[in-house]
Design a protein around this ligand. Sequence first.
Ligand SMILES: [Zn+2]
Length: 218
Amino acid sequence: MIRPCRVLGCGAHTTRYGTFCPTHKSNLRRHGHAEQTAVTKAELAPFVALVRKRIEKNADNATWAHSEARWQTVVDHARAILGEAKRGVPGNRYERTAASEVVVLGEAVTPRAITETVFAMYLLQEHDLRRLRSDEAFRAQLIHRLRGLTEANVDEWPGGRAKRLQRDIPPRAVLIMAQWIGEALGGVGVHLARLEARDREARAASAAGLAEAMRELQ
Ligand SMILES: [Zn+2]
């Protein structure tokens, strides 16, 4: 039955068997939520810059090396899964897709760039709770930005550079990838996001203190 799309204010009609119109249905599949839009590289850039600042400020701290080693463990795990696939061991195909995506990243991107991007996503989420519409949307955008770190995942459209799109992978493979990465780096990501919030509050308090002091000037 064709009905109005479930997204409030959309006004379009659903596909024959769905609850969303084609656009919102595609958003749900690609971005993890019907109303989620893709987080762009430019949008994430200020948060990557904050992560780099934090790393610079704590250059001798072992958190960064530990984090990169944890990412390397994810890559090794993925390689093991692909090895089993090669030997003909039966396995889950979404897990194997996730594994091959992780191996591509492991080969094409530095561990530092991976960890910076992961942490930046946690900072973005903390900074604007409404930007990522659900846990699924967070996971989908996390993987979207990570896969955006290499050209290997981009399809050129015929006729040139006007439109470049990341090749899709099944949502279940995205979920598995995000789960591995979240287990490896989520704890640090959450902690770094809290540090940003703390510093932001301290700056606001200090600005308020200055404003208060200025009001008392004679
Ligand atoms: Zn719609």
